[in-house]
Design a protein around this ligand. Sequence first.
Ligand code: FES
Length: 152
Amino acid sequence: MKPQAPRFDAFDADACREIAQDLANHEGPLLPILHALQDRFGYIDQAALPVIADVLNLSRAEVHGVVTFYHDFRSRPPGRHVVKICRAEACQALGAQKLFDEVAAASAENGAVTVEAVYCLGNCALSPAALIDGDLHGRLDTTRTLDLVAGR
Ligand code: FES
């Protein structure tokens, strides 16, 4: 059986507030809250920022600054498939830039695939590497990557 692509709930401000309140008492709660929101909704909706700011007694600008600082946080919902291509040194040396550009170009038209950069997946011996819907793959080229996405 094929693994399912990740599915996310539609953004909901009440659920966002619940998540933020549940994690508010953790040490350094902002990042865990943002990760929990992205796990639930697939991205950080702009409407989440004032909710988080209110719960944590921060300014909206402070929350916005953290969201935009980390590459991991998306500002819009991802496509049905998420391809995270490693852009760190070993993968770059074996064509990751070309792979990234070609997969992004091939995926740009339908919006079903979100292509993102990551920096080392610990799979350097099998460069270039990528996570396709959370599954690690190595020795990728554009054709194989697109075939793996299409097979999901
Ligand atoms: S550099 Fe790409 S997996 Fe390590």
